[in-house]
Ligand binder design. Structure first.
Ligand SMILES: Nc1ncnc2c1ncn2[C@@H]1O[C@H](COP(=O)(O)OP(=O)(O)OP(=O)(O)O)[C@@H](O)[C@H]1O
Ligand SMILES: [Mg+2]
Length: 261
């Protein structure tokens, strides 16, 4: 593709991505198109564009969160529902950090070391984990679609504002009980260990807790699944203890969870 054609195509894509969202100016004057084309590489913009032509989403309406390795955008579907678009960044992807959560998981045993597009695999893995939880009746954002490095799921929140996480909510004893039940159900019903179960990755909604950020979750048969489970239990116990809740001994919880099978 010549440079001129490629530039024209790029600008057409940008316009398409932001054309409808321009009609929805946000109060803060957020420049959606600008953010999109400044932070996303061309293949990702192409992926989003294809999602629009495939009718997965109608448009991207703003950004929600910007982490080092992933960005979350607010998307809107053709029937006007809000979705979260989690985009794994290819450029800052740190596979060394993720390797322990893939290698050893029997669901991914065919993945060879040094495989290209591990970011794509990670997006698929999060989608698969969400699906496994959703099917087991665990409160997670409903997964809708995954392609390349973009994962689409139900938006948990109002408009483009996500629900508060446990970290920024007022917590009660019942939230602690729910969090422990989540760990138990993840293990015994979805056959998964979250791997990053913390106050940052749990929404407190009017209908109870919702767990998300499932990229690290591993199958129970992963050789380190019990170690990850212990860490998850310890982390969440520490959080609730600091917030003044009455907590059980993490060792007892661990025994209970693994022996419920
Ligand atoms: N389904 C969703 N609905 C609404 N907001 C969401 C949703 N998923 C994520 N978010 C928002 O985006 C933020 C970041 O999401 P998430 O925790 O999945 O990514 P992350 O922490 O960057 O992931 P990682 O740790 O894998 O890099 C969340 O704290 C939340 O505010
Ligand atoms: Mg997170």
């Amino acid at each position: 593709m010549t440079d001129t054609i490629s530039r024209k195509l790029e600008s057409k894509i940008d316009n398409k991505l932001i054309s409808k969202s321009r009609r929805h100016e946000l109060d803060d004057g957020f420049k959606k198109g600008k953010v999109i084309n400044e932070v996303l590489d061309k293949p990702t913009v192409m992926t989003l564009y294809k999602m629009i032509t495939d009718h997965v989403i109608a448009y991207v309406n703003g950004s929600v969160s910007a982490g080092k390795e992933s960005l979350v955008f607010w998307g809107v579907t053709e029937d006007n529902s809000n979705v979260a678009l989690k985009i794994y960044l290819v450029s800052t992807s740190n596979f060394k950090k993720r390797e322990p959560y893939i290698v050893g998981d029997p669901r991914f045993r065919h993945v060879k070391k040094g495989t290209k597009n591990l970011v794509y695999l990670w997006a698929k893995k999060e989608h698969r984990n969400l699906n496994q939880c959703y099917k087991a009746g665990i409160p997670v954002p409903r997964p809708l679609y995954v392609t390349n490095n973009v994962l689409v799921m139900d938006f948990v929140g109002v408009g483009g504002s996500p629900c508060k996480s446990l970290l920024t909510s007022n917590v009660e004893q019942n939230d602690y009980e729910q969090a422990i039940s989540l760990i138990r159900d993840l293990y015994n019903k979805a056959k998964l260990v979250h791997g990053d179960f913390s106050e940052y990755n749990i929404f407190k909604t009017d209908d109870g807790l919702v767990v998300f950020d499932m990229g690290s979750a591993v199958d129970l048969r992963h050789p380190n699944s019990k170690e990850f489970l212990k860490r998850d239990i310890n982390n969440i116990t520490r959080f609730f203890e600091k917030r003044g809740m009455i907590v059980e001994d993490p060792v007892d919880i661990f025994e209970d969870v693994v022996n419920e099978l």
